[in-house]
Design a protein around this ligand. Structure first.
Ligand code: HEM
Length: 448
C-alpha cells in the first residue's frame, strides 16, 4: 500500500469541470487512458476526488461499513437544497437506514408491477400527440411522461388541473435549480431576482402542491384502498411506531421528483437514440415485441444504461483512513466509484463502444461491473421502477409508431443537471403510425 498520498491525476480544477461539461464520457475516458483505473481529479467545490474503476475496489466500498463511507454527505453538497435535509439521499448511517427501510419495500419490483398498465396507457396517449413527418426532440416528451407517471403512481394525483400545475412548476424549478446545485456560492439571498431567491420561490411553489397532496391523502376516507406510494407511506410506521412527519414526506416526495423523472426520461431518450442508429437491434426488438418476448427489450435497456450511464459516477466520503485499490485514502477524502469507466472497460465489455444488447441476453448483469444504479446500502431505490418504465414505455412506443433518427450522426453525451443527456435531446421524425393495440402488460424482470 502507498502511504497516504492520493493517486496521481491532472492538476487544474476548472479545466476539469469544463471538460466534463462538454462531453463527460470522452473526458473521463481520456483521464482513464492517461492515468489508469484509479486516479484523482481536482474539482472546484469538492477538492481532489479519487476516481475508482476497479470492480474489486468498488465491491469493497459497497460492502464497507456505512459509517466509513458516507454517500449522504457527498450527495448533500449539490442536492440538499432541492431534496431537503430529511431526504434519504442526503442522510447517512442510522438516519439514512430509518428512511430507506420505509421507502424500499414500497418500490419493490413485485409491488410496482401494477403500475405498468398506467405507464403503457399514458405512453399510448402521449404518442398520439406526436407530429408525423416533423423533426422533434424526444427528451422533453419523455420528461413530461416521466413526471406524469410519477405523479399518478407515486403521488396518486389524477385531477387534470393539479397535474397541470405540477407540469408547470416542476420544470420551472428544475431550470433554476441547475446553478444553485452546482455553484454553492450562489446560495445567498442577494435580492428578489438573485438565483437563490428565485430558486427558493420556485421550490416553495412545488412544496405547496406537495403539502396539499399530503393533506388531501390524510383526509381521504378511501386511503387504505389506494394503490399509490404516498398512500402506503402515510400508513407506514418507523421501527419505533411513529408515522412519517409532514416534512419528512415532503422531502421524500421531492427526492422522488428530483431523482426519478429526469433520470428515467434521459435513459429512454438514449434508448431510442441508440436503437434508431442500429437497424439490426431495432429489427430484432420489433420482432421480439411482436412475438410477446420481453427478454430483448430488457437487454436493450440494460445495454443502454451500460453504454450511456445516466449518472457517470457516485460519491462516498470516507470517514476514516481507508485502503482503496492499494491507496491509503485519508479520512474526509471523496471517493468516486466511476460507473462510466467500469462500463467502458475493454476487458469487461469487449468493444465497449459498440451497442450490443446481446451482451445481456440470458446473462445477469454483474453487481460490480454494471452500476447504473450504484450499489450496496445506497443502491437506487427506484431501480425496479425505472426498469419497468424503460421496458413499458419503449415497448409501447415501438408498438405504436415507427421513428427514425432525424440525423444519423450519433448525439454527443452532454452534462445536463446531474445527468448525461443526448446533446440534441434525441431528435427523431415520426414516419408512420402503426395503430397496433398494446397487448396486456406482463411483469418486468429487473436486473439487480
Ligand atoms: C434510469 C433511471 C435512474 C437512474 C440511472 C438512477 C440512478 C441512481 C444512482 C446512481 C443513485 C445513487 C446510488 C449510490 O449512491 O450507490 C440513485 C439513488 C437513488 N435513486 Fe435513483 N436512478 C434512477 C431512477 C430513480 C427513480 C425512478 C427513483 C424513484 C422513483 C429513484 C430514487 C432514488 C433514491 C430515493 C435514491 C437514494 C438511495 C439511497 O441513498 O439510499 N431513482 N439513483
Amino acid at each position: 500500500m502507498t502511504a497516504s498520498a492520493l493517486p496521481p491525476g491532472p492538476r487544474f480544477a476548472l479545466l476539469q469541470a469544463a471538460g466534463y461539461m462538454r462531453n463527460p464520457l470522452s473526458y473521463l475516458e481520456g483521464l482513464q487512458r492517461r492515468w489508469g483505473n484509479v486516479f484523482s481529479v481536482p474539482y472546484p467545490t469538492f477538492g481532489r476526488l479519487v476516481y475508482v474503476a476497479e470492480p474489486d475496489a468498488i465491491e469493497k466500498i459497497f460492502k464497507g461499513d456505512p459509517a466509513d463511507y458516507h454517500a449522504g454527505e457527498g450527495n448533500a453538497g449539490p442536492l440538499e437544497p432541492l431534496m431537503g435535509s430529511r431526504s434519504v439521499f442526503v442522510l447517512d448511517e442510522a438516519e439514512h437506514m430509518r428512511e430507506r427501510k420505509l421507502l424500499l419495500p414500497r418500490f419493490h419490483g413485485k409491488r410496482i408491477e401494477r403500475y405498468a398498465e398506467v405507464m403503457a396507457d399514458l405512453t399510448a396517449r402521449e404518442v398520439e400527440r406526436w407530429p408525423v413527418g416533423e423533426r422533434f426532440a424526444l427528451l422533453p416528451r419523455m420528461q413530461w411522461l416521466g413526471l406524469e407517471v410519477l405523479l399518478r403512481t407515486v403521488f396518486g394525483v389524477d385531477d387534470p388541473a393539479r397535474l397541470a400545475l405540477y407540469h408547470e412548476r416542476v420544470p420551472h424549478m428544475g431550470k433554476i435549480a441547475n446553478l444553485v446545485v452546482w455553484v454553492p456560492a450562489t446560495r445567498r439571498d442577494l435580492g428578489r431576482f438573485s438565483p437563490w431567491a428565485r430558486f427558493v420561490r420556485a421550490r416553495a411553489a412545488v412544496h405547496e402542491l406537495i403539502y396539499d397532496e399530503i393533506d388531501r391523502a390524510r383526509r381521504d376516507p378511501a386511503l387504505e384502498e389506494r394503490q399509490d406510494i404516498l398512500a402506503l407511506l402515510l400508513q407506514a410506521r418507523h421501527d419505533d411506531g411513529s408515522p412519517m412527519s409532514r416534512d419528512e414526506l415532503r422531502d421524500e416526495l421531492m427526492t422522488v421528483i428530483a431523482a426519478g423523472h429526469e433520470t428515467t426520461a434521459t435513459a429512454l431518450s438514449w434508448l431510442f437514440e441508440r436503437t434508431l442508429r442500429h437497424p439490426q437491434v431495432e429489427e430484432r426488438l420489433r420482432a421480439e415485441i411482436e412475438a410477446g418476448d420481453d427478454a430483448y427489450i430488457d437487454a436493450t435497456a440494460t445495454e443502454t444504461l451500460r453504454s450511456r450511464p445516466i449518472v457517470t459516477d457516485i460519491i462516498r466520503r470516507v470517514k476514516r483512513d481507508v485502503e482503496v485499490a492499494g491507496w491509503k485514502l485519508p479520512a474526509e477524502t471523496f471517493t468516486i466509484p466511476s460507473i462510466a469507466l467500469v462500463h467502458l472497460r475493454e476487458d469487461i465489455y469487449p468493444e465497449p463502444h459498440a451497442f450490443r444488447p446481446e451482451r445481456f441476453l440470458g446473462v445477469k448483469p454483474g453487481t460490480y461491473t454494471w452500476l447504473p444504479f450504484g450499489g450496496g446500502v445506497r443502491r437506487c431505490i427506484g431501480a425496479p421502477f425505472a426498469m419497468l418504465e424503460l421496458r413499458t414505455i419503449a415497448r409501447t412506443v415501438f408498438e405504436n409508431v415507427r421513428l427514425r433518427a432525424a440525423d444519423q450522426r450519433p448525439e454527443t453525451p452532454r452534462a445536463r443537471h446531474v445527468t448525461i443527456a443526448p446533446a440534441r435531446g434525441a431528435e427523431v421524425v415520426l414516419e408512420e403510425r402503426l395503430r397496433r393495440r398494446s397487448r396486456p402488460l406482463a411483469a418486468a424482470a429487473t436486473p439487480s
